[in-house]
Design a protein. Structure first.
Length: 319
């Protein structure tokens, strides 16, 4: 059986790091900015690296011999895995990560952490249980509950979110009670429960994305929604500028990532009268917006964190 490294040619490393690793990046698009940035960062430190499409991985479940087959070959000899899993393929992506975990491969993002962070309801429940402030939120399954829930939230406008969404898709601002009821009715017919969340007016269409690597915030940016738009996603034309976190914000961000079990995370917070409110913890945050906005080599920081993680992981295995 061929070693996976023989399946792709590599250019000579630019800079030899302290120990050469065999790294696989799980990504559906080898040409995507984040994937390319991680690839270049790993190569510049002297590592072998290959991009693997997790949707094309076959999981072999056999007693005592966990395997992953890719393009007709077993993936063997890997030291580390960098998951870049899209929201639409979370379940299968997590299953592939879990298989590599069973094979004794260090993963930059654990399968259970990915699943927890992707479920908005579970994520918010976990954060609240550990005393992390989030926007006041209700889960709503039937339209009849909307008037009472709106009253508890302080009235319209209110944010309505699907439990699974990305890039602002499935996030709606209901300006009136009747609009909120209509939206919940539409989703209930599709058997889609939704979150009703308080609208933080003082945020003025802005939020902060903080990028965590290991146990530190390596970069942060303020995202300002365009005029007439309440969603501050860069994919929707929001403007981004570097921003300094307050000590309180940094503490909240690091705690949120730790509670989700994530070494690599994008934590989104709103600046409110009540202090920082965590909106979301992203387990596979994009690099393009924050690297180009801040000029920070986040991919390089991720690779260095993986180097340290592999050493710790191998030390534990020896024990």
């Amino acid at each position: 059986m061929k070693d996976w490294r023989s399946l792709q040619s590599f250019n000579p490393p630019i800079l030899q790091s302290f120990r050469m690793l065999n790294i696989a990046i799980l990504s559906r698009g080898a040409s995507l900015y984040s994937t390319q940035s991680l690839f270049r960062a790993a190569r510049s430190r002297g590592h072998y690296v290959r991009v693997v499409d997790h949707q094309r991985c076959s999981i072999v479940i056999e007693h005592g011999v966990p395997q992953v087959i890719y393009e007709g070959h077993r993936l063997i000899g890997m030291d580390a895995l960098i998951p870049r899993i899209g929201a639409s393929v979370t379940d299968y992506g997590a299953a592939v990560i879990r298989q590599f975990e069973l094979m004794g491969v260090y993963t930059a993002t654990r399968s259970e952490a990915l699943i927890m962070a992707r479920d908005k309801l579970k994520c918010l429940q976990k954060l609240c249980a550990e005393d992390v402030n989030v926007p006041r939120t209700f889960i709503c399954g039937i339209p009849e509950d909307v008037p009472d829930l709106l009253e508890k939230l302080g009235g319209a406008p209110v944010i309505i979110k699907l439990l699974e969404s990305t890039h602002g898709v499935g996030v709606i601002l209901a300006e009136t009670q009747s609009t909120a009821i209509s939206i919940v009715e539409a989703f209930s017919k599709l058997e889609q429960p939704v979150l009703l969340q308080e609208f933080i007016r003082e945020a003025e269409g802005a939020d902060v994305r903080a990028f965590v690597v290991g146990r530190q915030v390596v970069a942060s940016m303020l995202r300002q929604a365009t005029e007439g738009e309440f969603r501050s996603n860069l994919h929707r034309g929001a403007e981004a500028t570097p921003v300094e976190l307050t000590p309180q914000e940094e503490k909240v961000v690091l705690k949120a990532a730790r509670l989700m079990g994530l070494d690599i995370a994008g934590v989104d917070i709103l600046r409110s009268k009540k202090g920082p409110l965590v909106m979301e913890v992203n387990a596979s945050p994009g690099l393009e917006g924050i690297e180009t906005t801040t000029g920070v080599d986040i991919a390089g920081a991720i690779i260095q964190n993986i180097e340290r993680g592999v050493e710790r992981f191998k030390s534990l295995k020896r024990w």
